[in-house]
Design a binder for this molecule. Structure first.
Ligand code: UDP
Length: 242
């Protein structure tokens, strides 16, 4: 039996989270630490799926801002997420956690194709499933991927692990010392106030499917487990799953 209020979680790791303090690329020490935290979550009998971002390597929008074709630049971004997924799988393997990478872009030599039923079966067998290559479509983000996959696999919550942010604020706490952190928010407030939880496509998908989002800091060790167990942390958007 799962120890907390959730049974199945989607953990969204931004590419930035895997870069550590170097700000770019993959820091294996940081990835190892994340893998060990995921191991603790697994030990609490939760089904764990991870969606990895790619911003530590490449973002489509940055490429298109410099004149590249947007779709091409986005496909490059999706490929970047596959590198991150493989790094996380390697780290999970090193700490004895069974995992599978499923890619939304077929590349059978390195990852399984995304097959929803197989992903669920993996989790039932105790494996962590890492979703790579985003949705497989340009013009989307890995936040939207997290929302989409969470809906598909009927996850109870999306845990948005953020670097340099411990929740959602009414203004940027780095610039405003009086910025107020929200404990709870409704999806519509996030959309109307343009709060930086996830992009609006991802937020809308969560709203339509009543998937709660927990925004918390990955900078403090142990936070992933705290969030996965449904304890009070960061900001929760959408509250309890109805
Ligand atoms: N991307 C995409 N479609 C998707 C998911 C991602 O085109 O479904 C591309 C997009 O260019 C994005 C990049 O992959 O900038 C990396 O993903 P994201 O920016 O979401 O990564 P994160 O910010 O989480 O590190």
């Amino acid at each position: 039996m799962a120890a907390g209020k959730y049974k199945r979680i989607v953990l969204k790791l931004s590419g930035e989270a895997l870069a550590g303090n170097q700000g770019y690329g993959i820091d294996p020490v940081v990835v190892d630490a994340i893998a060990r935290e995921i191991k603790e979550v697994k030990a609490s009998q939760l089904d764990v799926a991870v969606v990895v971002g790619g911003g530590n390597i490449w973002r489509g929008l940055a490429g298109s801002a410099k004149g590249m074709d947007r779709a091409t630049a986005d496909y490059m971004g999706m490929l970047a997420t596959v590198m991150n997924a493989l790094a996380l799988q390697d780290a999970l393997e090193h700490c004895g956690v069974d995992s599978r990478v499923q890619s939304a872009i077929n590349m059978q030599q390195v990852a399984e194709p995304y097959i929803r039923r197989r992903a669920i079966r993996h989790m039932e067998k105790g494996r962590v499933v890492i979703f790579a290559a985003g949705t497989g479509n340009p013009y989307f983000s890995t936040d939207t991927t997290a929302a989409l996959r969470a809906a598909e696999i009927e996850a109870d919550v999306i845990l948005m692990a953020k670097k340099n942010a411990d929740g959602v604020y009414d203004s940027d706490p780095r610039h405003n010392p009086n910025a107020k952190k929200f404990k709870e928010l409704e999806y519509i407030e996030v959309l109307q106030r343009g709060l930086g939880v996830m992009d609006s496509t991802a937020t809308s998908l969560c709203m339509d499917n009543k998937i709660p989002i927990v925004v918390f800091s990955i900078d403090k060790p142990g936070n992933i487990l705290t969030a996965a167990l449904g304890k009070d942390i960061g900001t929760i958007v959408g509250g309890e799953k109805k």
